[in-house]
Ligand binder design. Structure first.
Ligand code: SF4
Length: 610
């Protein structure tokens, strides 16, 4: 048995409420590393083609990587892997907290759940003891309340729960981890809800096996020292990600009023300094993280006085602040907290609400549809009511909007798709690609839809003198390399925000597992994972035409701010996409070639391309 992995996976069949144990495939783990990558392989191998994501047959996995729960910094991360009900494609949704480390200490590399319980339940896992408990009376409890209940009733467990949005199968519902962290994107909460599974609680008393314990601990200490010396870490610790509000607004590409503009005239009212002055009380951290980027906040005045939360982060400030025309930090924090309690992804919800306001202004959504709720830009109370309607699928608007902007636009017709901002059904985050064109290619080619975490080119495009931000030139290679690197990194699995070099990642991986990866073979594993997921998505119906961007980014130039008049060119975007396919070794239809699959050791999957 190699170190790094516990060597065991817990298989849960909810149809019969039974469990089984399987060995972790360590040979596959060397090629696919863990969390995202090994999860993708298992999903591809075990999920029948065309499975309805909300059917009992879909597989919901909580996955860890070889560094999870170790002394490596930010090693409390874990991943939910499933087929997304929002996109119909592969989904990996990464989360912080302690849950994943605890799962590993309980002896499980992966928890693989399939089937559907006959009635609502929750699962308690204490080392290798698994219990199924009735959740009928607490089925629609909000997330934090449910987390507290589990801690009261089951002892010091770590938790993964869903709220009302998950049980009502809202397509962008989240799984809430340890009360405050989230597997936010892609609707994994709805997959859990479709299985009649309210929560998973876990506690573990074991140790994570390591190949070379002393050398690993020394390497982890050296990495810790490098993180502590990194100039950027104090900024991250003080502000979380909120400092990006000023930068992205000043550069003119923060989503504003459903991406109609990229500059918010009240940006200073929702930026990091205002947040620090008005609502932040202190910081906090996930398991084993010296960066400690959480903002512990509370609202101290106004109608929402007394509400507390961790956040808001940049994406929420953008999508539920400027994108909704909200100019009060307390109001953004309040909407963030409602979204957390109901169990939804703030990025997607912000996109959905912005779309709804614009549809209402254009007369496509009516006051009747909205249950006489007169929503508009900056109207916090009305938007709060609509948030509840969406979580509970109340009224026509609540029902339609709970499907996300893609489906909502299809149902509302009347050219609503012209202002529906999503990629492959997933609403996009807080960096309008009219501000840094590389993000357009990153969104269009992301493996899970409109996501910024696969290739975040913003910093390079703004500050690298070799790169022109308003151009697609040289972006294809940057996007491809970042996607491969992140695929490997999210398989270890560590936190996005951790400044850890590729060499340090490889050294820790080898010392933990006994593998002999080099930086090249580690990055090749990332490329292998990316290609396998592409094959999965193609198998599930993706085609080249889906690698596209919302029409707003091509048709509607900004009218204010530093990026005034900027708009993307369809021709240049297409050329960049073709360049990307070519660099990837894919054919003109975006399908990996046989040569590329052989190079990556994916020959077993060649038949899936024909
Ligand atoms: S950097 Fe922040 S989000 Fe990442 S592990 Fe540390 S505390 Fe958690």
């Amino acid at each position: 048995m190699s170190g790094g992995y516990t060597g065991k996976m817990l298989i849960i069949d909810l149809n019969k409420c039974t469990t089984a144990v399987e060995n972790t495939d360590i040979t596959a783990a060397k090629s696919f590393i863990g969390a995202k990558g090994l999860g993708a392989k298992i999903l591809f191998d075990r999920l029948p083609k065309g499975t309805d994501p909300l059917s009992p047959e879909n597989i919901l996995m909580f996955t860890t990587g070889p560094l999870t729960g170790t002394r490596a910094q930010t090693s409390g991360r874990g991943t939910v892997v499933t087929k997304s009900p929002q996109t119909g494609l592969f989904l990996d949704s990464h989360f912080g907290g302690i849950f994943a480390a605890e799962m590993k200490k309980a002896g499980w590399d992966f928890i693989i759940i399939h089937g559907r319980s006959k009635s609502p339940i929750y699962i308690v896992i204490k080392d290798d003891i698994v219990e199924f408990k009735d959740a009928s009376m607490i089925w629609d409890e909000e997330c934090f309340e449910m987390h507290n209940r589990l801690q009261r009733n089951e002892g010091p467990v770590k938790t993964a729960v869903i709220g009302p949005a998950g049980i009502n199968l809202v397509k962008f519902s989240a799984i809430t981890i340890d009360g405050h962290r989230h597997a936010g994107r892609g609707g994994s909460g709805a997959v859990m809800g479709s299985k009649n599974l309210k929560a998973v609680a876990v506690s573990g008393s074991g140790k994570i096996p390591l190949h070379k314990t002393d050398e690993f601990q020394k390497q982890a200490s050296d990495v810790l020292k490098r993180i502590q010396e990194n100039d950027f870490v104090p900024v991250r610790r003080k502000y979380g990600t909120s400092y990006w509000v000023k930068i992205i607004n000043d550069e003119g590409f923060i989503p504003t009023r459903n991406y109609q503009e990229g500059f918010f005239e009240h940006g200073e009212k929702i930026n990091a300094e205002t947040m620090q002055k008005k609502i932040v009380d202190g910081s906090g951290a996930c398991y084993n993280c010296v960066i400690a980027c959480w903002n512990k906040s509370s609202i101290k005045s106004g109608p929402y006085r007394g509400v507390s939360l961790i956040g808001p982060e940049y994406e929420t400030l953008a999508l539920m602040g400027s994108n909704l025309g909200i100019s009060s930090i307390e109001d953004v924090a309040y909407l963030n907290s409602r979204c957390n309690e109901l169990g939804m992804d703030t990025i997607s919800l912000g996109g959905v609400l912005g779309f709804a306001i614009e549809a209402y202004e254009k007369g496509i959504l009516t006051i009747d549809d909205l249950n006489f709720n007169n929503i508009g830009w900056g109207l916090t109370e009305e938007l709060s009511k609509l948030i509840d309607d969406i979580a509970y699928r109340r009224g026509k608007a609540g029902e339609i909007l709970a499907e996300g902007v893609k489906i909502a636009a299809e149902k509302l017709k009347n050219n609503a798709e012209k202002f529906s901002v999503h990629v492959k059904g997933m609403e996009i985050p807080g960096y309008d690609p009219r501000g840094t064109f590389g993000m357009g290619l990153a969104y269009a080619t992301s493996d899970r839809g409109g996501c910024h975490q696969r290739a975040w080119t913003v910093k390079a495009e703004l500050y690298d003198p070799e790169l022109e931000r308003f151009s697609f030139k040289n972006k294809a290679k940057i996007v491809k390399d970042a996607q491969d690197e992140r695929a490997a990194f999210f398989s270890l699995v560590l936190c996005d925000f951790a400044p850890i070099s590729e060499q340090d990642c490889v050294d820790m991986l080898n010392l933990a597992t006994g593998f002999d990866h080099t930086v090249d073979s580690y990055l090749l594993a990332g490329e292998r994972i990316w290609n396998l997921i592409r094959l999965f998505n193609l198998r599930e119906g993706l085609n080249t035409a889906d690698d596209k961007l919302p029409s707003r980014f091509f048709d509607d130039p900004f009218t204010v701010g530093p990026a005034k008049d900027v708009v993307l060119s369809r021709k240049e975007f297409q050329q960049s996409l073709e360049e990307y396919y070519s660099i990837r070794g894919w054919n003109s239809k975006g399908i990996p070639t046989v040569k590329k699959l052989k190079e990556l050791g994916l020959t077993n999957y060649i038949k899936s391309t024909s």
